[in-house]
Design a protein around this ligand. Structure first.
Ligand code: NAP
Length: 416
């Protein structure tokens, strides 16, 4: 496979990451495309690159190195290409298989569709993966934040995010309402807006499959399917049923259901087994507060996943600390879970930890464990020294407030 770019030139001194039969093949100098993002994007991306480069250098002493390849999306793409999401950008991410991305602006209401959603759908990045765990010393609103150690697998391509909706009064909505009321026996008010919520067997199974594979690879003990199937039977209820189906059909030797756990094993998980359970979404929002450590890997449809991610992140330090990735069969795009926070743009002020930890997930994906450990312990040490950015500073007594760039320098200084 070759690729041709219009306005960008790949660096000459690196090589491409390859993916073959579910395996990733990583050269010592992988080319990693990077989108700096809008708003606070440039500040946090700059900090992240410095921290990742320093940790890789510390771990491998120059034998391994990330070769960054700047690509464009959002405001800087508009300047260079006259459009917000050029083909060069999609092509580069698909060709090089692994990329890092800062946040991108989505105007509310009119304007273009979310670039983030478009990228996920165009590249079939069907799992949104968000590990949520606690660093000692981070201020938290709960008594036991250390009990949170969850990895969220959120379906990324369908549900109400499929973008199928029509405004009140439009010709389209009239046609849809007319059809539903006249032919399907519904009674929808004429002044309604309509959105469609498709949830398919195919997309559910590939998401739950990815979540179970992750649990197997990382030695996690349970996968919980979170749904609102008591109300939305044929979408969310079906999500639950298909989730159980993929577990028993494809992973029957390593999984048991919660029902079997109690019926056959008196509640004690047999060695080497992963428990598949399910929870109703509203109850799950309580469970993560009251029985936090009973959940490990959690698989959800798109909208539930969005809500649960932020609720979990709030317990361990908020959005500034929450990493994420969008992963498909061959391509993985790592990004912070927060947005562009425009009021802080170019102020060198916000917390870059979310994007740095997304970079850590990227290093894990590249199977480079040494810099992962270096960065994790540097973050823990820096936070325990109470050297933090404004968001944590306002919640901590006696802390020193650092700029984004100073915090990155503190992390590098604390690498051992
Ligand atoms: P946001 O950018 O996530 O910011 C909301 C608030 O969260 C900020 O005002 C700030 O709170 C806090 N925050 C976010 N990032 C932080 C960081 N790195 N360090 C410390 N605090 C941080 O949400 P938004 O204002 O709703 O969205 C702004 C734009 O971003 C929108 O266009 C939205 O569509 C887009 N967005 C993009 C992505 C993405 O690219 N994946 C994701 C979400 C949103 P305080 O003011 O309280 O300090």
């Amino acid at each position: 496979m070759t690729v041709q770019f219009d306005k960008i030139v790949p660096p000459a001194d690196g090589e491409r990451v390859l993916v073959k039969d579910d395996r990733i093949i990583v050269p010592d100098k992988p080319i990693i495309p990077v989108i700096e993002g809008d708003g606070i994007g440039p500040d946090i991306t700059r900090a992240t690159r410095r921290v990742l480069d320093a940790a890789v250098e510390k771990a491998y002493g120059g034998n391994r190195k990330i070769v960054w390849f700047d690509i464009y999306a959002g405001d800087n793409a508009l300047d260079k290409y006259g459009e917000v999401l050029p083909e060069d950008t999609i092509n580069a991410i698909q060709y090089y298989h692994v990329a890092l991305k800062g946040p991108l602006t989505t105007p509310v209401g009119g304007g273009y569709r979310s670039l983030n959603v478009t990228m996920r759908q165009r590249m079939e990045l069907y799992s949104c993966v968000r590990p949520v765990f606690y660093f000692k010393g981070v201020p938290s609103p709960v008594k036991h934040p250390e009990r949170m150690n969850i990895v969220i697998y959120r379906e990324n391509t369908e549900d109400v995010y499929a973008g199928i909706e029509w405004p009140k009064g439009s010709d389209e909505v009239k046609t849809v309402i007319d059809f539903l009321n006249k032919q399907m026996g519904t009674n929808i008010r004429a002044d309604s807006g309509i959105g469609i919520k498709p949830i398919s067997e195919f997309a559910t199974k590939r998401l739950v499959r990815a979540a179970i594979k992750y649990a197997i690879k990382r030695g996690r003990k349970s996968v919980t399917l979170v749904h609102k199937g008591n109300i939305m039977k044929y979408t969310e209820g079906a999500f639950r049923d298909w989730g159980y189906e993929v577990a028993s059909d494809e992973f029957g030797d390593v999984t048991i259901t919660e029902q079997e756990l109690w019926d056959k094993f008196d509640g004690k998980v047999p060695d080497g087994k992963i428990v598949i359970k399910d929870r109703i979404a509203d109850s799950m929002l309580q469970q993560i507060l009251t029985r936090t450590n009973e959940y490990e890997v959690v698989a959800l449809p798109n909208l539930n996943g969005d809500y649960l991610s932020d609720a979990c992140a709030a317990q361990v330090g908020g959005l500034g600390m929450a990493p994420g990735a969008n992963i498909g069969d061959t391509v993985a795009l790592f990004e912070a879970t927060h947005g562009t926070a425009p009021k802080y743009a170019n102020m060198d002020m916000v917390n870059p930890t979310s994007l740095i930890l997304s970079g850590v997930m990227m290093l894990e994906h590249l199977e480079w464990p040494e810099p992962v450990e270096i960065i994790r312990s540097a973050i823990e040490k820096t936070i325990q020294q109470k050297r933090v950015t404004y968001d944590l500073h306002r919640l901590m007594d006696g802390a020193t407030k650092l700029k984004t760039s100073e915090y990155a320098s503190a992390l590098i200084e604390n690498m051992s």
